[in-house]
Design a protein around this ligand. Structure first.
Ligand code: ATP
Length: 591
């Protein structure tokens, strides 16, 4: 497949506003790609070079891309910069310049998708002294031989600015249609994706081997992260136990960061909640895995937390995340050693444990970590009555923890999903509104009055509707921003703003600028209300909205650990609305 063809599909995708049409275009595109091309087509569409766990990055800053455009078109860097400022989009700027450039394409060579991808891999692989020039020249070589439309996407790809609006769920549906003619393979593809997380590899397998390969070929694999299981929420001990059939394991809930450990012999890898390889950031945890886990091979799930050895106290989340910074690592390890609270075991000595019932996995985990110092099992009890659950919740809160997570004793490990086999109960649920929400930024407003000087005046935020694979607006947020956050938001959002509504956004209100759904913010509100303004959970003329929403987040506004598909879902908001009603009715009855 020529890159030219891919570019014209991308142009079509950018122009559509219906998700169904998007799936049609995607399936036509994937059908056209040959089996040895489909993997790269999927990666490019996802805007990546490889799955996140492989950590392959382009390493190209805007300035370098500007230089590549200048070299390949005969324009000066200043002229490129000027066009970029004018359009606000490097891809469009490059496209415009290419149209005007008198340096016509020097050869009749037309690049294939694979050739473009291979050059991009070369760009990523080039490092060390002098690498900057080589990267710039490699990108320039692609631009030189490209049409203006191809140039647009060749420039956007390494800057992570493709913004096609195509989510993984859309690619999965399209793949199913290509392989079977309908959506029959969707569940098997999703399952494979949850265990393997390499959508390019899965697409290739579907193209080469069809249904069978996808259903049987993608199991749990050491050193490939599994998509983590997530928790639902309920407001009371009674409801949690009832949902779990009268008996449940109840874990203490630690407010740190999630770590998935993979180990074989002395080789260890750690993955984040977003499946990035974070091994090099936590050498103290790696050492502890090697010393304390006496199994030849294992995969386990846990939460890491910094603690103060002198006082034996856990540090709050804000302190713990400082351990994520690479700067001054050795000093940080000394000052803030980590403890890993393991709460699940997915693999042990060659055996896939994911389909074993939870109580069995926990039993094996306890045996495995019997003498652990740095790696210990999460505090846990078995509760048979609401009182037992409630008491454990209270004592966990008193110990400074966030709350508890109840776990269905008979459930398998449900990768990549938020199901009722895990239910969280947090301290914050006892307030007016249960929990904070993680919302997707879909637009922003300009500052007015005093705020004018920032050029930023507020956000339009949305929930994720999993069924529709769309983002539905739920709130306009105009307060709670610090100056630093406003500067951050303005600079980040300014780069991805557009005048037209992105395809996967469903909205009735119109912000000053739309932005491609890419960033998540945490929002606290007093209440969820019904409103005619928003599309979240809309039935008839009313949807859901937030009362007195404000931004939470002391370390920058944007939540870097969540992708937009991991934001609070519309279903969750509806459920939170119901729970809030029940709690307030309950409170009224108590009074
Ligand atoms: P979610 O991870 O559910 O999307 P979130 O990022 O807002 O939501 P929380 O609402 O705090 O996180 O709850 C779930 C998270 O709690 C898990 O992803 C995990 O990182 C953490 N956690 C802490 N202790 C435990 C435990 N004992 N069992 C499972 N998860 C735990």
């Amino acid at each position: 497949m020529l890159f030219k063809e891919l570019a014209s599909y991308y142009e079509k995708l950018e122009a559509v506003s219906s998700r169904l049409t998007m799936i049609d275009i995607m399936s036509e595109l994937l059908k056209k790609a040959k089996p040895d091309e489909i993997r790269n087509v999927v990666y490019i569409t996802q805007g990546i070079l490889a799955p996140p766990s492989e950590g392959v990055e382009f390493g190209m800053a805007e300035k370098m891309v500007e230089e590549s455009i200048a070299i390949s078109t005969g324009f000066t860097k200043e002229e490129v910069e000027k066009e970029y400022k004018k359009t606000g989009d490097m891809g469009i700027a490059a496209q415009n310049i290419k149209v005007k450039s008198r340096l016509k394409r020097i050869s009749s060579k037309e690049f294939t998708v694979n050739e473009v991808y291979d050059t991009m891999r070369k760009i990523a692989a080039t490092s060390g002294s002098g690498s900057k020039d080589i990267k710039v020249k490699l990108l320039a070589s692609l631009i030189t031989a490209s049409t203006p439309l191809e140039t647009k996407y060749i420039v956007k790809y390494p800057l992570d600015e493709l913004r096609l609006g195509v989510g993984d769920a859309t690619v999965i549906e399209a793949l199913s249609i290509v392989a079977t003619g309908d959506r029959k393979l969707k569940a098997a593809l999703e399952h494979a994706y949850n265990l393997n997380t390499d959508l390019g590899a899965i697409a290739e397998a579907a193209a080469k081997g069809g249904e069978k390969v996808v259903s049987s070929g993608f199991g749990l694999t050491l050193f490939k992260p599994v998509r983590p299981e997530l928790a639902e929420r309920l407001p009371t001990a009674e409801e949690i136990l009832e949902k779990m059939g009268g008996k449940a394991a109840v874990d203490q809930k630690y407010d740190g960061f999630r770590v998935q450990v993979h180990k074989k012999g002395d080789k260890v890898k750690l993955f984040s909640r977003r499946l990035e390889d974070t091994t090099s950031m936590y050498p103290d945890l790696v050492e502890a895995v090697q010393k304390e886990i006496h199994a030849d091979s294992a995969i386990l799930d846990g939460e890491a937390l910094a603690y103060n050895e002198a006082t034996n106290e856990f540090l709050p989340f804000q302190a713990t995340i400082q351990r994520k910074r690479k700067h001054g690592l050795e000093k940080k390890i000394e000052e803030m050693p980590l403890k890993l609270f393991a709460f699940d075991l997915m693999y042990l000595d060659g055996k896939d444990m994911m389909n074993e019932p939870y109580h069995k996995r926990r039993e094996e985990l306890e045996k495995l970590l019997k003498n652990g110092k740095t790696i210990v099992t999460a505090g846990s009890i078995i509760a048979k009555t609401p009182k037992e659950l409630e008491d454990y919740f209270q004592s966990s809160i008193e110990a400074g923890l966030e709350g508890i997570i109840a776990k269905d004793l008979n459930s398998t490990y449900v990768a990549g999903a938020r199901k009722f086999s895990w239910i969280k109960l947090k301290r914050s649920y006892r307030g007016e509104l249960s929990d904070t929400l993680d919302l997707v930024i879909v637009g922003f407003y300009l500052g007015r009055g005093m705020r004018r000087e920032f050029g930023f005046g507020g956000l339009l935020c949305a929930t994720y509707n999993e069924k529709r694979d769309m983002f539905e607006t739920v709130s306009r947020i105009g307060s709670g921003f610090t100056e630093k956050q406003m500067v951050e938001l303005e600079s980040v959002l300014g780069k991805i703003k557009s005048k037209s509504k992105p395809a996967r956004v469903d909205a009735l209100v119109e912000p000053d600028f739309w932005v491609t759904p890419r960033y998540v913010v945490t929002i606290r509100a007093d209440e969820i209300t019904k409103s005619p303004m928003h599309t979240c959970g809309r039935e008839g003329d009313v949807g859901y909205a937030l009362r007195f929403p404000r931004l939470v987040g002391e370390n920058g506004a944007i939540r870097k650990d969540k992708s937009v598909e991991e934001a609070t879902t519309t279903k969750e908001v509806i459920e939170m609305y119901r729970q809030q009603k029940r709690v307030s009715l309950g409170n009224a009855a108590e009074k």
